[in-house]
Design a protein around this ligand. Structure first.
Ligand code: ADP
Length: 497
């Protein structure tokens, strides 16, 4: 084994020691401490921190704390300008602690530091975007008979819960928390047990920015804590991002309490490459679309669907792009791709690859491997399976792309739509009109054309089919985190005029 080419910054090490000693900072983290769980650096498989699990009682305490804060009006009734001010202060604190948060997120998720920096930058951008919404949300006056005044107003939903995954811990939390705060809601979040650290630090920043006591609460733990939270009677809304299976369990739990849900679930997103495309750009885009964050991305472009006439050339070039990847530790400046989040997840991916090989697939493992004891897997291309094979159908959540080819535009669309998912898609073409024709036919919440993975706080994001429902980001969050109320008033005088 070579010597690691990185050092964990001392402020991060000190903070990890502090949380492991039970000091979870100034934010409202509600965990009982009776049971504990460990958080690991997936790049070295070494322990980063030991944290308390929130028991069912602590989950109920978190929900009732959020409820009390909502009813007190401390945040709900703060003026929209004041909420904007606090959110802008919060974004500034994220930027003040940018290096710390980026290192913490990189270590916890395993992603290269440069990717973690983009995540933290996105967090500040999302908060700032929704800060601006706080005093811009409005209702309508509605055409009515002369004696009536009819209007709609928008108020907060109430107590909102978020259950989030480990692949983009803080950005995905922010898609939910930032609009919830902008519109005056109170909040309980449960980050993934695999990467909860940035959320713990972040709730401390909420307190520092001036979010009143009890408005933002965090509970810690795995599926049981999540299940306790979504089964609580005290929630008005649940926003979930994660696997389709867990999404279904959450929807079933929410049905029992008639609680609103939005679900952003898995994907098996196609990358449609037409012969007319700019091939250099398309190869770079397809490589980035599957190998960013080691493919552990809900919108990973995990199915290459390429026009037959350029298939061989495109694949040769994609393999070359894969060969250039250096796989390694998040803090190693040479790493272009980090590890898989856990040993269990790596085992699942390698089992799918083994079964694909047994079924006759050619599995190409590319790039330069790491010799650290983390859960590493190289960029991988799988060829030679029919499009009904589970490798083409099921989300792998790793750096693995399948290949199929087409001859006509309608065949390409048919292949794109041949899974149960509908989260995102990429189209690479040089032909005018083809983007619009194909994009309209594809089952996906987002279609990128001649680019891939472009996110911005202004752009609504979410899925169709088994990828879930509801949209986050952009103006869609106004519907997600406000309740529309219709008020109708008789304005006639005593004579009835
Ligand atoms: P992933 O594969 O992204 O980890 P999961 O759906 O397993 O997807 O996890 C996403 C989030 O859902 C995590 O915070 C996890 O702890 C939580 N979770 C897992 N099982 C349940 C459940 N039954 N109810 C509520 N939350 C759950």
């Amino acid at each position: 084994m070579t010597e690691p080419r990185f050092v964990i910054p001392s402020d991060v090490t000190k903070w990890l020691e502090k949380v492991s000693a039970g000091d979870l900072g100034s934010g409202n983290v509600i965990a009982s401490g009776e049971q504990a769980f460990e958080v690991f650096d997936p790049g070295t498989a070494s322990r980063l921190a030991t944290l308390p699990v929130s028991s069912q009682k602590s989950v109920e305490l978190a929900v009732s704390t959020a409820r009390k804060s909502f009813e007190s009006g401390s945040w709900r009734n703060a003026s929209p300008d004041d909420r904007e001010k606090v959110l802008l202060a919060l974004a500034a604190l994220v930027e003040r602690d940018f290096d710390f948060l980026s290192h913490l997120e990189a270590l916890d998720t395993g992603k290269p530091l440069a990717e973690a920096m983009l995540d933290i930058h996105e967090v500040a951008t999302v908060i700032r975007y929704y800060a601006g919404w706080a005093n811009k949300v409005s209702g309508q006056t509605i055409a009515s008979p002369k004696n009536l005044l009819a209007m709609t107003i928008r108020g907060p939903v109430g107590v909102c819960a978020a259950i989030t995954p480990w692949n983009y811990p803080l950005p995905i939390l922010m898609y939910k928390l930032a609009p919830a705060l902008a519109f005056g809601n109170s909040f309980v979040a449960k980050p993934s047990e695999l990467a909860p650290l940035s959320a713990i630090y972040f709730v401390g920043l909420c307190a520092e920015a001036g979010v009143p006591e009890g408005v933002v609460n965090l509970v810690l733990g795995a599926g049981q804590t999540g299940s306790d939270l979504v089964s609580s009677q005290g929630l008005d809304k649940i926003a979930f991002t994660g696997s389709s299976q867990t999404g279904q369990a959450i929807m079933a739990a929410a049905a029992k309490t008639t609680t609103k849900v939005t679900l952003e679930l898995g994907g098996k997103s196609p990358q449609l490459v037409f012969a007319s495309c700019d091939i250099d750009k398309a190869v770079a885009g397809v490589a980035m679309g599957i190998w960013t964050n080691a493919g552990q991305v809900c919108v990973a472009g995990s199915r290459l669907i390429v026009e037959g006439s350029i298939k061989d050339e495109f694949l040769d070039r994609l393999k070359k792009a894969g060969e250039d990847y250096v796989v390694g530790h998040s803090l190693d400046p040479l790493s272009a791709m980090g590890p898989i989040i856990s040993a269990a997840q790596l085992d699942k991916i390698t089992a799918s690859l083994d079964s694909a090989t047994k079924d006759g697939a050619a599995v190409h493992s590319l790039g330069k491997s790491s010799d650290l004891p983390g859960h590493f897997l190289n960029p991988t291309i799988v060829e030679g399976l029919t499009s009904s094979h589970s490798m083409h159908q099921e989300e792998i959540f790793g750096p693995v792309i399948t290949v199929s080819s087409f001859e006509t535009e309608s065949e390409a669309v048919g292949l794109a739509n041949s899974t149960r998912y509908g989260l995102a898609a990429g189209i690479w073409t040089g032909k005018a009109g083809q983007v619009q024709r194909v994009a309209r036919e594809i089952d996906a919440g987002t279609v990128w054309a001649n680019t891939y993975g472009a996110f911005h706080p202004t752009l609504p994001f979410g899925g169709t089919k088994s990828s879930g429902f509801g949209r986050e980001l952009g103006e869609s969050a106004v519907d997600g985190y406000t309740e529309l109320k219709t008020i109708v008033e008789d304005i006639s005088d005593e004579e009835g005029n």
